[in-house]
Design a protein around this ligand. Sequence first.
Ligand SMILES: Nc1ncnc2c1ncn2[C@@H]1O[C@H](COP(=O)(O)OP(=O)(O)OP(=O)(O)O)[C@@H](O)[C@H]1O
Length: 593
Amino acid sequence: MQYADSSALVTRSWQRCHQTGLHPTDQANDQIITGKRIKEIIKENQALIQYTVPIFEKLFPFIHQMGHIAMLVDRQGNIIHTIGDPDFADHAQRVQLQVGANWEESRKGTNAIGTALVESRPVRIHAEQHFFRENQFLTCAAAPIYDADGEFLGVVNVSGQKEGFHPYILSLASLAADSLQNKLLLETSKHEHLLTLKELDQISASHQTPLVSLDRDRRIVRANAAAVGILGKDCLGKEFVGKKGYTTQTISDQTSKMWRSVALHKKADTPDQRGLLTSFSRLAGSCKRIVQTKELALKAALTHYPVLLLGESGTGKEVVAQSIHQASTRATQPFIAVNCSAIPDNLVESEMFGYESGAFTGANREGSIGKFEAAKQGTIFLDEIGDMSLRAQAALLRVLQEKVITPVGSTRTRPVHARVIAATHRNLPEEIKAGRFRADLYYRLKGIQINLPSLRERSDVIELAEHLLRQINEDDAPVPVLAPDAQKLLRSYQWPGNVRELQSVLMQAAFLADGGEIEAHHLQLDLPDLAAYDDNQPILSLREAEIAAIQKSLAASGGNVSKAAKLLQIGRNTLYRKMEEYRISNTANMGSV
Ligand SMILES: Nc1ncnc2c1ncn2[C@@H]1O[C@H](COP(=O)(O)OP(=O)(O)OP(=O)(O)O)[C@@H](O)[C@H]1O
């Protein structure tokens, strides 16, 4: 789905409002449909509401946690079904954000529902972007819904108070609209051949699974937006011959279960509210990369696909795994983390799959259940999967393929219900090339692949640092403030240990600052030259240490700034900036870069 450039879209909408003669300080022309007419409208949209109810129930924990409400709106802009936070619903009624109200743009000015209806695309309208002042306390996102034949049916809208702004409410609305569309597509293509396309090289960050339905002659009868994006706008009616770079998978009974689970989980399965509060909110950060990561993790939480988390050490892979678990319908079941690199090779099977009594010398007399069984219908988190031996990989692959385990010393298999989330800091395609990792296992594990950005790639280091400082500060003492020089240093440092390193540096700094402002000299960073520090030499100030490190790296690289920056593990521009700041001239090689 295409997200619109919000500023251009808002400008267009405001122009339409002015042209219609609306004025921001006017009161909206509210029209609440009640009685017979609303009953008729609800009846006309009964099927749509019926499909929406379970999807909204699935979203309820997220919506409620955010203090928002979700709405189903028909193509005329009438709200026909809502779910969400009752407190906010009371506020919302002040501006008639309730069943029976009409939110067409010509009536209610620029707003997510009305503007999405006009623009036929997902729209987010935040606070002052609303045309009428009376609506500016809101933050809203709406995404259009189309039926399997591409007919426009209405929108899904998520709204809350502007203070509760979440960057991913648009994704949430789009996700609900996508699930609804897929459900409609599945219903209408019961007699057709329904298949999905899977990227061979990489699972894209797109929010929707591509779905295509074929008639008996393999002509494409229907396709959802994701499939049209891959196959081209004119794909309908054409013979389906596959697509380079993609495999196809028929949606069998088993895979359609996955869809039902996306769309139809009953409220009884919804996760624990408190769990949710600590789930995605633990993942601090608002830079683009981390928001994308959270969106994808949220999507993963709503499915039962295996998840593969890739990222350097300390980037938060385990936090993401826990967040996915807590936000999923499995939250009330166990989350079992297994560090694959810590299990001796000869114990992998018994640790993972358990053993029967007397299976081997030293084994517990009663036998023991393995991690897969301990996870029950919850999540098993296989950390450091890239460090598993090939023998253990083969055993794991069998489990993932056959969905059963055989405890050591037993002949009886037991079913596996747990969802697998795997993680590694290794580059698995390279491990495969080197013959250290099985390609078939890799493809099994990467149902949804989430790449976690390193701290170097993130633009929100200070925000993250402030979040971590609040966490570190256990008692009610004031949270230490980061002085400008400390912020500068935190931004320019290369963070080989990522968030874990940032956490420990801040912990030390808070201790050293002793309740005062944290300054640059409180930050004990692992600067390269400190490794070479000799006991007999005086301790250098941070500035002196940086100067010495830069001079040494320039000398070692023969004046080549790129090489010197590499040695220092910083970017070339950062090195140039520091050379300028410390007035270091490149005497080793004046002409070189
Ligand atoms: N976005 C984040 N917000 C807040 N804390 C975070 C974030 N990312 C990571 N952390 C914290 O950083 C530390 C390291 O995270 P975690 O253990 O999840 O990393 P990892 O990638 O699994 O590391 P490894 O590969 O070494 O196992 C944890 O204490 C975690 O709470």
